[in-house]
Design a protein around this ligand. Sequence first.
Ligand code: GPP
Ligand code: MG
Ligand code: MG
Length: 354
Amino acid sequence: MAAGGNGAAGGGGTDTKAAFAQIYNTLKEELLADPAFEFTAESHQWIDRMIDYTVLGGKCNRGLSVVDSYKLLKGADVLGEEEMFHACTLGWCIEWLQAFFLVLDDIMDGSHTRRGQPCWFRVPQVGFIAVNDGVILRNHICRILKRHFKGKPYYADLVDLFNEVEFKTASGQLLDLITTHEGEKDLTKYNITVHRRIVQYKTAYYSFYLPVACALLLSGENLENYGTVENILVEMGTYFQVQDDYLDCYGDPEFIGKIGTDIEDYKCSWLVVQALERADESQKRILFENYGKKDPACVAKVKNLYIELNLEAVFQEYESESYKKLIADIEAQPSIAVQNVLKSFLHKIYKRQK
Ligand code: GPP
Ligand code: MG
Ligand code: MG
């Protein structure tokens, strides 16, 4: 994956999922009756279809994590109706943010499918209108926050949180894009520092930190007191993306639902970084000659080299070391409720196969 399009840590029992799905309808209806705009029949229909197409169809793991985390922070299995509505609404704001990112990312990456259907911009009659739809999706988040949270003591922090996370993600996207720039392909630029910087910004903040930060704000907490929690979640998001890079090459396409293209796309994947660290001169030559080429024979040569370098074992070692380090950091947290939130996240992704 590449991170973005796919599921991050998730959860949510059947009841939570049903309530969460129900609240989507309410939010959509409200947006389609927004008094700030006089909808024509055509624009109403366009937005209705566009939201269904771009926001739905994923696993909603990020959104559901707001509800799960909030429950754990409160130590409650069941939430009151209003609390549930607010937690689900923030969850949907993250799903809207994800839709906005993916609509634009698919244009930038020239992708063809997303969540098992053509990318929104590939739909006949959409094309570059998708750029404006991305802007509208992004504005929907502000409209939802204003309608349901204005007047809450944490409203300003909430708006600031979404802005900060969006900025970080767009900055990570920039790093991701300029690294694979045609004409500037240079494997000697790839190392673990470059990889970490890309995935931390592109994936970890919005997929891992944002759901928990939303739950903390709902609980009346001040995010300034949660710097180490942020660090742990960014670490977990980095580990999640390393798994993703691994699955891009070693996952079963039937099972993970997509065919990996990191080698062809010249991605700064964790695997190529590990290969570069371990390769001798002749193996490096194989990488330099074959990485980033569409030709399946070139891709096969890179994959053979990964086998020769035993990268599967390198990954397994990384996975268990990351887990141990994360558990130790989590257990150093003073609050048991916060420990539970973080452990629940970690256990949802540890040794995941998709
Ligand atoms: C997806 O990464 C990218 C994002 C979620 C961030 C996009 C940010 C913007 C400001 C548009 P990817 O391209 O590696 O993932 P996928 O394989 O799912 O397309
Ligand atoms: Mg992409
Ligand atoms: Mg991308």
